[in-house]
Every structure is written in structure tokens, then in C-alpha cells.
Design a protein around this ligand. Structure first.
Ligand code: FAD
Length: 441
């Protein structure tokens, strides 16, 4: 396979190819450095070439050459994933889809887009036509739709519309890793094995996603004297169906100290919210009942202009915390609605370094509480002990300190994924080592 780079250079436009060292380093990285464990384990992983097709024709040609030459291929959207999903673990080529980024159509209730289209751009195009994207990660400025579906989960909008598993994606076009690649469309339940499976079963080359009617969101930062009132306020707002909202995010003190641009008091718990402007009175009544203090009120005409409250939520909370203190890292867990306080108290008693951060969301139509607690990293042993304790008390952790696709990515068993992988990727070139072999199950 030694000559594969020469083969690519012969047949692809030079604008699609990069192999200078800085580019190789840049496009072999994602945001796994939030994890001290992954930073250590993935330190030296790098591609030998970056292939960036701009059209379906270039994509097909690149896939044919890479398959003929049996080159490992790692797909990349915009490299904002946190688990090293887009890191080439076995060298070869990074297939960068960021330049296939067109919004092809905004229809009534749907958008058809290329995989590299950024969520923020799709939302902007939808909002211009009186609609909006249902769900987006807090990285929407840069994250691609293909990467979100393949490596993400939910985020802004999930409080109303659920996660990527809840009907967000209506249709996908998939390409196999063959020469030439096969191309087929999938809809409904057939899409499930492609959701959050780190691109191990095929390349998504086009998507149709659902849109909702546009809502005018005000942004709020409201603080509370104690953590319990902040969480209860979040629960009450989440449960109030009369108020439309896109974001309900609560943070234990002193996390707000990391949100410098918001200038919040450090000793109070903070709620960051995006709420329909017609829900202002109801929101203020809920906040007053819990002695909340409004620190920031941004009218809807300022939405998406400059920094917004969502820039401090979901995993952006971790980003700002780590900017202030690189010894901080995080976990991802799901709390139980009825026992969330007991769960948090148990963890606090045994692991006082944990600072609580909750994101309210829906999954399969039911309200859920996602935890993205911050903690100071001491050792792998202590980190694993905290993870084990969360699991034990019934608040399961989706471990962000491994690149392995755990539990078949929630949608499918590993066995099923392997069956599909063998069909779509017969030479097992795609996103190698992300899906553990049978023998390791
Ligand atoms: P990449 O990182 O490039 O890729 C992600 C995975 O998808 C990789 O395995 C890649 O191989 C695969 N892939 C990419 N494109 C394709 C394709 N076309 N076909 C097949 N496979 C493909 N995630 C959330 O869900 N919610 C959040 O709120 C959130 N907040 C974040 C905040 C911060 C500060 C950071 C750093 C990350 C956050 N993330 C969040 C994780 C990540 O940003 C999102 O999941 C994002 O949508 C990933 O998109 P990307 O284009 O960067 O994907």
C-alpha cells in the first residue's frame, strides 16, 4: 500500500489533499483532551494524509482509491467530538467532510443537507424561513450535522425535542467503503444503527432532518442561594408545558466563576435558560417562588448575536472550567428524576471534589436529567472509583474517558453492528478499533 498517496495525488484535485505536518496534526485531533486519560492514550495518533472532498464525485473517487489500496479511513466532520471518535487510531487517511457543507433544501418541516453542514448554519437558514433545527450540540457554531448524528447525543433543544434517537433524522444517504462505493438511502428505524456509532458502519453523505416552527427565545441567567432551589426550579420549568424552551441548564456554586463573560456571583447556583419570550411571566413566577435572582435578561432580538448563554452549557461548561484550570475534567451521567438529590448527596459525601452540573432534557418523550459533573482529576483509580459509584447508585455513566464505542452506541448490540460493518465495510477499513472485536466483548 506504499504508493497510495501517489495514487491519490494522481487522480484527485490537489485542493482536496493535505500532508504537511501541521495539517496532519490538526486534522488528527478532536476534543478528547478534555480527558486526561484519552490525552495520554491518544497522544501520538496521526493520519498520513488528509482527504477533503468537496462533492459526491470527489468523495466516491477518494473512497475507491482508498479501498483499492486498503488504506484505513477515519471520517471527520469538524473534530469537536470528546472521545477521540475522529482520531485515526491506525494511521492512514482522515476523510474530512467539512467541505461538503451545503444546505441543499429547506422545505416545510425539513431540511436536506450535506454531512459537513454546520448545525449553526442550518439553524440560521431554517430561522430565516420561520423554522428552526430541533436539537443542536452547544458546539453548533462549528459542529457538523454528520458528526452530531454519528458522535453526539443531544443538547440545545433536547428539553423539548429529545435526542438524536427521537425522530430528528428522517432520512440518510449512506456510502459503503468499496471501489466504487455503493450508495443507498435509509429512513425510519433503519437509521438507528448509524446513530452515535462513531461512523464505524458507513459514511453518511446526505441527510434529511426534521425542522420545527421558529420560536423567539429570550436568554436568562438566574441565580439561587442554594443548589436545591436551583435544581427544583429547573425541574419545575422543565415540567411546565405551557412554556416553550430550548435550554434548561443548572450549575452548582462555584461553577459560575468559570463563566467570566456572564459576570455571575461565584457563591450562588446558576440557571442558564433559553425560553420563548411569551413565557416570560410564567418563568419569572417560577424563579420568584424559589427566590431566584435575575442576573441577565436578553431579549429575543439579540438571539444568536454575539456570545449567548448556551455557550456556557452542556460540554461548554467543561470547556470554560478547563480554560481556568486544566486539572479539571468531567463525567456524563443520567440521574433519576425521583432520586436525583439522594444521588448527588451520596456522591458529594464520598467524592467532595465533584461539582454538579445538570442539563434537563427529554428522551423518548420522558423528562430526564443529564449530569455533566466537573471534578479535579487525581488518578485513573479515583476517576474509575467515581464512575463505578455513579453506576452502583443507579445513575449510569457514559464514560467520556474511553474511545471504545460502549454498548454498541445505545442503538444496537455490538454483534449487530459487526454484521452491518462487514456488509458496508468488507475490508474493515473504516474508523478502525472504535468498535471492539467480538473476542473482546
Ligand atoms: P467529529 O468530531 O468530526 O466526528 C464525530 C464522530 O462522527 C467521529 O466518530 C466521526 O468519525 C463520525 N463522523 C463524522 N462525520 C461522519 C459522517 N458523515 N459519516 C459517518 N461518520 C461520521 N455533543 C453533544 O451531543 N451535545 C453537546 O451539547 C455537546 N457539547 C459539546 C461542547 C464542547 C465544548 C465540545 C468540545 C464538544 C461537545 N459535544 C457535544 C461533542 C461534539 O461537539 C458534538 O457531538 C458534535 O456534534 C460533533 O460534530 P463534529 O462535526 O465535530 O464531529
Amino acid at each position: 500500500t506504499g504508493n497510495w498517496k501517489a495514487r491519490l495525488a494522481e487522480r484527485l484535485d490537489p485542493a482536496c489533499l493535505l500532508w504537511d505536518e501541521p495539517s496532519l496534526a490538526k486534522y488528527s485531533m478532536d476534543y478528547h483532551h478534555f480527558s486526561p486519560v484519552l490525552s495520554r492514550e491518544l497522544k501520538d495518533k496521526a493520519a498520513e494524509c488528509i482527504v477533503s472532498p468537496r462533492s459526491e464525485e470527489e468523495l466516491d473517487l477518494a473512497l475507491s482509491i482508498l479501498t483499492d489500496e486498503r488504506v484505513p479511513v477515519t471520517v471527520r466532520g469538524n473534530g469537536t467530538g470528546n472521545y477521540g471518535q475522529a482520531v485515526p487510531l491506525t494511521g492512514g487517511a482522515v476523510l474530512n467532510l467539512a467541505n461538503m457543507n451545503r444546505v441543499l433544501e429547506i422545505g416545510d418541516g425539513y431540511a436536506v443537507v450535506e454531512p459537513g453542514a454546520r448545525l449553526g448554519k442550518i439553524d440560521e437558514a431554517a430561522r430565516e424561513q420561520g423554522q428552526e433545527v430541533l436539537i443542536m450540540p452547544s458546539t453548533f457554531h462549528t459542529a457538523s450535522i454528520g458528526g452530531f448524528i454519528s458522535g453526539g447525543f443531544g443538547g440545545i433543544g433536547s428539553i423539548t425535542w429529545g435526542t438524536i434517537w427521537d425522530g430528528f433524522v428522517e432520512e440518510i444517504t449512506v456510502k459503503t467503503i468499496e471501489s466504487p462505493p455503493q450508495t443507498f438511502k435509509l429512513a425510519g428505524d433503519e437509521i438507528r444503527p448509524y446513530l452515535h456509532t462513531y461512523g464505524v458502519v458507513g459514511i453518511i453523505s446526505e441527510l434529511r432532518i426534521k425542522l420545527a416552527p421558529r420560536v423567539e427565545y429570550m436568554q436568562w441567567a438566574i441565580t439561587f442561594e442554594d443548589w436545591e432551589n436551583a435544581v427544583r426550579f429547573g425541574m419545575e420549568l422543565a415540567q411546565d408545558d405551557s412554556v416553550k424552551k430550548r435550554l434548561v441548564s443548572v450549575h452548582e456554586a462555584p461553577i459560575a466563576q468559570y463563566f467570566k463573560a456572564l459576570k455571575l456571583p461565584h457563591d450562588r447556583a446558576a440557571a442558564l435558560l433559553e425560553v420563548d419570550e411569551r413565557g416570560e411571566d410564567a418563568l419569572l413566577a417560577l424563579a420568584a417562588a424559589r427566590n431566584g435572582r435575575v442576573e441577565r435578561r436578553v431579549t429575543a432580538d439579540k438571539y444568536r448575536k454575539g456570545i449567548g448563554v448556551s455557550d456556557f452549557t452542556w460540554n461548554h461548561t467543561t470547556l470554560w472550567a478547563r480554560k481556568a484550570d486544566t486539572s479539571l475534567t468531567y463525567l456524563q451521567t443520567t440521574h433519576n428524576w425521583d432520586t436525583v438529590f439522594e444521588e448527588m448527596a451520596l456522591i458529594k459525601r464520598e467524592f467532595p471534589e465533584v461539582m454538579q452540573h445538570l442539563e434537563f432534557n427529554k428522551q423518548a418523550g420522558k423528562l430526564r436529567i443529564a449530569g455533566l459533573p466537573l471534578l479535579r482529576y487525581e488518578s485513573d483509580e479515583r476517576l474509575n472509583a467515581i464512575i463505578a459509584r455513579y453506576d452502583e447508585i443507579g445513575a449510569p455513566v457514559s464514560n467520556p474517558h474511553t474511545w471504545d464505542l460502549e454498548d454498541g452506541g445505545r442503538s444496537y448490540t455490538r454483534r449487530k453492528l459487526w454484521e452491518l460493518k462487514r456488509e458496508n465495510d468488507p475490508y474493515l477499513l473504516l474508523n478502525q478499533l472504535k468498535l471492539k472485536a467480538y473476542s473482546q466483548i
